[in-house]
Design a protein around this ligand. Structure first.
Ligand code: C2E
Ligand code: CA
Ligand code: CA
Ligand code: CA
Length: 279
């Protein structure tokens, strides 16, 4: 197989063809995945740096393909964004998370705010404020247990729509966090325009702490900036005690990562919440 692009000619290897076939297959199977019950949500706790108590939860989507097994969201979310099925998938995640929150509360577990990842497209192609306004009318306090995470990149790409939606959601009682902070080449003026409630530092900046001088300087600067804007900072991908101790020392308010817990199924998350409440 040969494909010409400009004056360069590229030859595709069998591996590339297989990768393309896999993409195509996953893309075609995405729509049916909801109906076929192939998605589920796992939960990862976020803890307060000072006390270790769980203060928030991130919902992460999982796809178990009937033939291909577990597919990473890093692989299927971009495909869902391309086809637009991300809009329906995100609605499914919200509904599933809402049901989980109800279930925890029925069992006497007070969940923290559960943050759902939302793609930039959702603000353009879906009316999230209307969806949550209706939810708030039917169940007053449920929205206070829901938050959204939006990547810095997506926010910058759709600045107007994002600012408006986040404002409307805040009015309804839904908090927004800025995800993957530090990777989006944004400036301070952008961040100031976004009515967000917290900032999540991308794992890339945390991985080499505390040994990498450049990362130390960047993390200090980003936390300093966030503190200046009165925004709590969550460090993602915290895997070692040395990272945790460094982050505590530089005033990072919240931690998330394998050191605290991997993403876990709902029942296990419920147990973690119970334990955290008992301490
Ligand atoms: P993200 O939002 O930055 O989520 C954090 C990712 O880091 C998750 O990967 C999580 O499992 C992983 N992680 C957490 N702690 C650690 C750690 O200590 N070390 C390492 N190495 N990794 C850690 P996951 O679940 O595979 O998700 C990948 C990405 O897929 C997410 O990155 C998010 O961008 C996207 N995603 C996941 N679920 C959804 C969803 O429901 N909707 C949308 N639009 N995107 C989603
Ligand atoms: Ca996230
Ligand atoms: Ca992130
Ligand atoms: Ca990420």
């Amino acid at each position: 197989v040969r494909a010409a692009g400009g004056d360069s000619t590229r030859f595709y290897s069998p591996e590339m063809t297989r990768a393309a076939e896999r993409r195509l297959r996953l893309t075609m199977n995405l729509d049916a995945a909801i109906e076929n019950n192939e998605f589920h949500v796992v939960y990862q706790p976020v803890v307060e740096t000072s006390t270790g108590a769980i203060c928030a939860i991130e919902a992460l989507l999982r796809w178990k393909h009937p033939d291909l097994g577990a597919i990473s969201p890093a692989e299927f979310i971009p495909l869902a964004e391309e086809t637009g099925s991300i809009v329906q998938i995100t609605r499914w995640v919200f509904a599933n998370v809402a049901e989980q929150i109800r279930s925890w509360r029925r069992n006497g577990i007070e969940p923290r705010r559960v943050f759902v990842n939302v793609s930039g497209q959702q603000f353009i192609r879906d009316d999230l404020p209307a969806y949550f306004r209706k939810m708030a009318e039917e169940e007053t306090d449920l929205v206070h247990f829901i938050g959204i995470e939006i990547t810095e990149q997506a926010a910058i790409q759709n600045m107007e729509a994002t600012v408006q939606a986040i404002r409307d959601l805040a009015e309804i009682g839904i908090d927004a966090a800025l995800d993957d902070f530090g990777t989006g080449y944004s400036s301070l003026s952008y961040i100031q325009r976004l009515p967000i409630r917290k900032i999540k530092l991308d794992r890339a900046f945390i991985a080499d702490l505390p040994g990498n001088d450049r990362d130390i300087a960047l993390v200090r600067a980003m936390i300093g900036m966030a503190n200046g804007l009165d925004l709590p900072v969550v460090a993602e991908g915290v895997e070692t005690a040395a990272q945790r101790d460094f982050l505590r020392g530089v005033g990072c308010s919240e931690l998330q990562g394998y050191l605290i817990s991997r993403p876990v199924p709902p029942d296990e998350m419920g147990e973690l919440l119970r334990q955290s409440d008992r301490r």
